[in-house]
Design a protein around this ligand. Structure first.
Ligand SMILES: [Zn+2]
Length: 185
């Protein structure tokens, strides 16, 4: 049972004005509270959405941070595994290598290995060789990923990129059947 807030008269349900004093009655109050509840529910959903978006953003940020951290780490372990005293490591599987080296004529030399250099010059510039590999042309002297072949006159007549940590199949997969083109003419 409701009573008029002004005069205390008993009120019937749905009454808009007090029959006794004419005060306008707050009949819409229950509707208001329902609307407030709806508004609160809306606010809750906005908060949940904002929190979700924030969480997803943080997750994406962490993902890219990890990707960023992963590259220096992997290249660091790569260098400790494969890097040698000669600073001529070439990633023969990279597309830049393919474009810069495999798909262009390289007539002078590569990575400081110039045609016509003597074994003494090579040793002075790059230190001791890392051994030799037997290619079709003959004995090729290895300096890291690079190899030189001394032709007539005992000077460098061919410069090779030797994918020592890459199988020939992998090499061909990237560069096609152009293995002979790694020889610099
Ligand atoms: Zn009243």
């Amino acid at each position: 049972m409701r009573y008029c807030p002004n005069c205390g008269e008993k009120l019937e349900r749905g009454q808009l004005y007090c029959n006794n004093c004419g005060t306008m009655l707050n009949e819409t109050h229950p509707k208001h509270s329902r609307r407030n509840r709806n508004q609160n529910a809306g606010k809750v959903w906005i908060i949940i959405t904002v929190v979700l978006v924030a969480l997803i953003s943080v997750a994406i940020a962490i993902y890219f941070l990890l990707m960023f951290l992963k590259n220096p780490f992997s290249s660091a372990s790569d260098s400790t595994n494969h890097y040698n005293s000669h600073s001529n490591k070439v990633n023969v599987l990279s597309t830049s290598f393919s474009e810069n080296f495999m798909n262009q004529e390289n007539t002078g030399g590569y990575k400081g290995f110039e045609l016509g250099m003597s074994p003494e010059e090579i040793k002075h510039k790059f230190g001791n060789e890392d051994g030799t590999v037997e290619l079709g042309i003959g004995k090729v002297h290895k300096y890291g990923n690079m190899g030189v072949y001394y032709g007539s006159g005992n000077t460098v007549s061919s410069v090779y990129v030797l994918p020592d940590n890459v199988t020939v199949d992998e090499f061909k997969k990237v560069h096609g059947e152009q293995l002979n083109r790694q020889r610099i003419r």
